[in-house]
Design a protein around this ligand. Structure first.
Ligand code: ZN
Length: 314
């Protein structure tokens, strides 16, 4: 356990609504609206965003404009722009786009990996090595981050062995990943499991273990964020309005809501750089843009408590 970190060390939040959120919503948002959304996120203090995915447009037509969205995101000062990349071809597109980072998913669940990517986890590790060689040969500085998905359990396979997660973290780093994160893709994690698995992976990866990605499918999203923070994690993925539902649990909550995450850390005196009021205002606009889609989260209903007013930009 990392207990030496100062209690008030800043936490950074990567907004993933434009990727994880939109990919689970059937309708396609116009590019101009994605740009409006990104501009408002940036104005609200967001400094890292995953803005799309370089997968074939026939699989995810919602994200077919990713290159255009990256081009706009790069004009926002200080914004780190990442994209999801499933394979070497996607990595080439990410390099061409000028994104700052690419996120490669690696399923810890063998069954999920084969169903989702038609590759075993070790075949994905081999692809990570090829992507690292491609990146290095290109001269690009695009950072390679691996997200270990289904790290806490899987809808297909059920239990995922913790030793397998630790093994894959090490294998991803050995293959050339510069950063890794752990993702509770389907909302199976509990806080004690989160603390335990992050501690085991920190022992292998050190500060290269740098992201927690939690879904609130069963209401434990923020409890799991807190457990990961206690274990030393200082960077989290989140979606404004908690969008990003689980295809295996229709109607369930999606990712942890960015505004709730901002509130959690503000309430503990931990700075995130996020402007709470701006996030809530944007959430209202997002609800209109996604009219009919369920949004989630809690704090938007009641607003900040009086005790936190005046500290909204924590
Ligand atoms: Zn997710």
């Amino acid at each position: 356990m990392v207990t030496s970190a100062p209690a008030h060390a800043a936490v950074s939040v990567r907004e993933v609504g434009l990727r994880d959120g939109l990919q689970s919503i059937a309708r396609t948002m116009p590019t101009a609206r994605k740009i409006e959304w990104l501009r408002a996120l940036h104005a609200a203090g967001v400094r890292e965003a995953e803005v799309g995915s370089f997968v074939p447009a026939r699989l995810l037509p919602q994200l077919a404009d990713t290159a255009e969205v990256v081009a706009f995101a790069r004009t926002l000062p200080g914004l780190v722009t990442s994209v999801l990349v499933p394979n070497l071809r996607g990595a080439q597109a990410a390099l061409d786009s000028g994104a700052d980072a690419m996120l490669l998913p690696l399923s810890a669940s063998h069954a999920h990996s084969v169903a989702n990517l038609r590759k075993t986890p070790d075949e994905v590790v081999a692809e990570i090595g090829r992507i690292r060689a491609l990146r290095d040969a290109s001269g690009s500085k695009c950072l390679i981050e691996v997200g270990i998905s289904t790290a806490f359990g899987c809808t297909l396979q059920g239990l995922v062995d913790e030793a397998e997660v630790v093994r894959l973290v090490r294998a991803a780093l050995d293959a050339g990943a510069e950063r890794v994160g752990l993702a509770d893709t389907v909302g199976y994690a509990d806080p004690l499991q989160v603390a335990r698995l992050f501690e085991r992976c920190f022992a292998v990866a050190g500060d290269r273990l740098a992201c927690g990605h939690f879904h609130d499918t069963r209401g434990l999203g923020l409890a799991n964020v807190y457990a990961a923070w206690q274990a030393g994690v200082r960077r989290f993925d989140a979606c404004l309005g908690g969008i990003g539902g689980c295809p295996h649990a229709p109607g369930a909550s999606g990712n942890v809501a960015t505004e709730d995450l901002a509130y959690l850390f503000a309430s503990m005196g931990v700075p995130t750089g996020l402007d709470f009021d701006a996030l809530i205002a944007l959430r209202g606009r997002l609800a209109g843009w996604l009219d009919g889609e369920p949004l989630h989260g809690h704090v938007w209903r009641a607003g900040l408590p009086k005790t936190l007013r005046g500290q909204a930009r924590a």
